[in-house]
Design a protein around this ligand. Sequence first.
Ligand code: ANZ
Length: 907
Amino acid sequence: MSRRGYDFALIEAKWQARWLREKTFRAAGPGDPGFDPSRPKFYVLDMYPYPSAAGLHVGHPEGYTATDILARWKRMLGFNVMHPMGWDAFGLPAEQYAIQTGTHPAETTKRNVDNMRSQIQRLGFSYDWDREVDTTDPGYYRWTQWIFLQMFNSWYDESAGKARPIADLSIPLSVAADPAKKRAFADARRLAYLSEVPVWWCEALGTVLANEEVIDGCSERGDHPCVRRPMRQWMLRITAYAERLLADIESLDWPESIKAMQRNWIGRSVGGEVDFYIGTDFAAWEKAREKSGFPEEIPADVIRVFTTRPDTLFGATYMVLAPEHPLVDRIAAPEKRAEIDRYRKEAAAKTDLARTDLAKDKTGVFTGATAVNPVNGAKIPVWIADYVLISYGTGAIMAVPAHDERDHEFAKKFGLEILEVVKPPEPVEGCFAGDGTSVNSPWMEGMPTTEAKKKINAELERRGTGRPKVAYRLRDWLFSRQRYWGEPFPIVHSDDGAVKALPESALPVRLPDLSDFKPTGEMEPPLAKAKEWLETKDPETGKPARRETNTMPQWAGSCWYYLRYLDPKNELAGWASERERYWMPVDLYVGGAEHAVLHLLYSRFWHKVLYDLGRVSTPEPFRRLFNQGMILAHAFKDSRGGLVPVDQVEEKDGKFVRKADGEAVERIIAKMSKSLKNVVNPDDVLADYGADTFRLYEMFMGPLDAVKPWNPRDVIGVHRFIWKVWTLLAGDDAGEGDIRPNLAPIAAPGNPDPAIERALHRCIKKVTEDLGAMAFNTAISAMMVFVNEASRSSEKISPSQAKRFVLLLSPFSPHVAEELWERLGSKATLACEPWPSFDPSLVVEDTIEIPVQVNGKVRSRIVVPAKADAKSLEAAALADPKVQELLAGRAPKKVIVVPGRLVNVVG
Ligand code: ANZ
């Protein structure tokens, strides 16, 4: 016996199986069967998920539904659509789970991927599943390693403004003869290079920890103390691209807030570098500098600083080195060593953020040494303090306590001299950090700040003691992790200490099968345990060599996955350039704003390297970016402000009260969390209402980019709407196989009802325009309005009207739409049916003609919208040529309006 009514479970399973079976959403571009080059292309990309054990949360389908609606719509508009999905599957959780349970991360990953794939498929998204990628698949990470090789084998040619093959690097004669020196020269210029960088080391756990595993200097698990220790690690030279990454932001159609965050992260500062002499004969040094000019490399006898305010140089009363600065050991007075060592240890346990926290008390130690201020020969003390970071500028500053807040606080605390050199436009209390007029500054006395900066820069350049400089906050990218579950580097270390890239033919370098994921107890990564894998041969000499034991960070795979989708099965290349040229750039990228900086910056960087090397054809990967807003939930707050989980609250007489004691609680909006018991599980919603309701609800909640709470009642409202559509087009209790008892017979279409027809045209217009603006919630409202009008009408909706409405609904709730489409008599899927069009003459509002009187006599008639208000009627009447003629330029004394009836102008 067939079930009656709208059986979403049956309908959705049927269509999902059919779409998969028939590969309905196969993207066809160059090299694919059925490619039609005459059609325009649309590449719409989702931020692919990490396959977590918890599966999908309600935030995932939000963006995925939005992109799916657009993908489906664009197909109906005749585009070739690329709409793929995959898995960002390397990463810490699978590894931590492996350490705890001994389950291999590959096993965990496969299980989670299978689960999430089926969850996603149950939502009916129109992905081309033949393009699925998994970053942990050797067939995928082989090309991640290949891209790393491209970077290892390139250097940044400043004069050409782009990366070039390392083979094109000209080697100076001074090093050309010595192979070791020659190698070192090239290694120091590669886009991927090794460097000593501090990592978090946890003695108790016997392992290096990732930043996110360390909280306030202690391990997240077990709360053991951690310290920063230097380790040789892989870096990527993203700083070479700082200027281009910054400049090209302008060309992107991205949210202004994200662009601002990227600009901030790159952090361009215009200023100058100045050398402070630390030797004994300042006069001789000064003379020599005038001759030699400002040297590129920092000489041993100076402290070089970066400053954005060279105009304040006369006010520099002391200097500060970062505690890690290499000069500290050389200049520190013997009696200060112990204190300095202690201070350095403390600083090593702090994050940069904690060190630069303005609210924190300033700390520091005097080194016992002095340096000479190059503008006046004054000897000033050199301190170390953790508010100066080793990673910015030169890791050293000239302190101007009268004009820099941090220096001001520090000078006050340690009793250092504060000398005013910039007079504020109006008197201020304490430190003045703004622009003003130079004072106590012989070369620029009385000059406004901008001019003073120019003057001093010119003077410093002439004397060879300073030069203009642009600094970036952006640091080179620390690209290695001491982890198992990541991409191995295609690198070996030979016996003589040389670092060598493996040839392309050696790819992929597979992760060895480890069964013991426990930390090694030393600073060595877990891969050092894979003894057989570890020992290999130098590809050039055939001598014994050791593989690199670090792995790539989780970001690596996601830097280029959008390229692999274009050609996922290619074994000869990461992607065929013919496909890349056709599909790129991504036309729309949708995801959470949490990736505003790192992921988007890293992938832009990789893309630019590939662009320089001729591997991709566009300078930017993602033309348009859209961030979905976070989905929140309800929770409750008691009178003391304590949060109350939702399961402890009930509704009584329209009020929310705590079950236990009947105390009234206030409903608030909060993040979904296990403790508040307000996490919405997509699987539950799917089981209760089906995917079509789920999709429609998530789009109906509000504008896509807004933060909004999940409201179970509205889910029911949306579900009722689909029922209403079903009732209207298929009949209340139309079960399987029943056809349109409620529709006018197809055989006798007659004249469709004109009122319904007009309502439908208005709906088509609104939905079409809203889709173009990604205003999904208002498009859904328009469909609701239409269904109400059509349901209330005494006339029946015609088959043609029904079909056009079903097409409108299909991108949003595709299963029920396909089912109705079939019941309306079509054999094939509606996926590529042309999008319905509207007749502009049918969507204009109803108009009426009303008389216009001038001084009591009807002189003209105007045609206006039936619902026009008094103000617009007055405006329309006064704009009428006949009325204007009679008024002859005079302003009317009075205008009397009777909306819907007449306008009387008293002249
Ligand atoms: C002297 C001075 C005088 C400064 C003054 C500011 C105001 P932005 O704008 O962020 O680029 N600085 C330089 N290197 C630093 C480091 N490694 N750690 C901490 N602070 C550092 O900041 C540039 C300013 O930050 C520089 O200009 C320097 O202080 C400080 F009235 O130099 B200034």
